[in-house]
Ligand binder design. Structure first.
Ligand code: MF3
Ligand code: CO
Length: 249
């Protein structure tokens, strides 16, 4: 069942989204070679709590940290680690969910560490643009498949593959609600978009194959071929006036 949100509830989710966006803006300045992924996690957790928000990912299905920090070939759900030092040329995705007064927002962002290769920069640019190609389709009357298809067509035309195993989702007072939002597939399929739906769109693009494998920690998802992976995610509300990006930076 899809839970439709009122305008007031959407405004509450926007508060959570603003805190999350502010945290990402800080991270963009902070992330540098020499930093550990645990330092990133601790910064984000402190930042959220200082704003009166709760890091929703801690304890979610047993996930231990405030953030997922996914470096290079890690697609998503990478554990922060105090021995994982970022080096010049890495790319890292930081994913987090903010709970502010019971309402949630979810946003992942990929960052270059120092100077990155041309290929890495292209992956970042195309992945971010693919998110906005999806958001363009998030209008009343379209279907979920229109979002999925726009992302896949754009990503593949640029030579990248779209991860299948992890997808976007409805969100509200729970992190994962209906509907599911794949980032690949045919147009004109799936749920029709209605005002008051709040969803995430969060494409993960790879330089090589889209296939993923999970580390022995049960969480960390990597590309099977060691190729690079990037991800950009916004939480957005569907309205008669078009999509409102609740996590806009
Ligand atoms: N933010 C992720 C998502 O897009 C959730 C990460 S799973 C968690 O759905 F366990 F880390 F919370
Ligand atoms: Co999400």
């Amino acid at each position: 069942m899809i839970i439709i949100k009122t305008k007031e509830e959407i405004m509450r989710m926007k508060k959570a989204g603003e805190i999350l966006a502010a945290c990402h803006r800080e991270l963009a300045q902070l992330i540098k070679p020499g930093m550990t992924t645990m330092e990133i996690d601790q910064f984000a957790e402190k930042f959220m709590r200082a704003q009166g928000a709760i890091p929703e990912q801690i304890g979610y299905n047993g996930y231990p940290y405030a953030t997922c920090t996914s470096v290079n070939d890690v697609i998503c759900h990478g554990f922060p680690n105090k021995t994982a030092v970022l080096v010049d040329g890495d790319i890292i995705t930081v994913d987090m969910v903010v709970n502010y007064e019971g309402w949630l927002a979810d946003s992942a962002w990929s960052y270059p560490v120092g100077n990155v290769s041309e290929q890495s920069q292209k992956l970042l640019d195309v992945t971010k643009e693919s998110l906005y190609k999806g958001i363009e389709q998030a209008v009343v009357g379209n279907k979920i498949g229109d979002i999925s298809h726009a992302i896949q067509v754009f990503a593949e035309a640029q030579g990248f593959s779209v991860v299948r195993d992890f997808i976007g989702h409805g969100i509200g007072q729970k992190m994962h609600e209906e509907p599911q939002v794949p980032h690949y597939g045919p147009p004109n399929r799936g749920t029709r978009l209605k005002p008051g739906m709040v969803i995430t769109i969060e494409p993960m693009l790879n330089t090589g194959t889209y296939h993923a494998k999970i580390d022995s920690d049960g969480w960390t998802a990597r590309t099977v071929d060691g190729g690079l992976s990037a991800q950009y995610e916004h939480t957005l509300a569907i309205t008669e006036e078009g999509p409102i990006i609740l996590t806009a930076q």
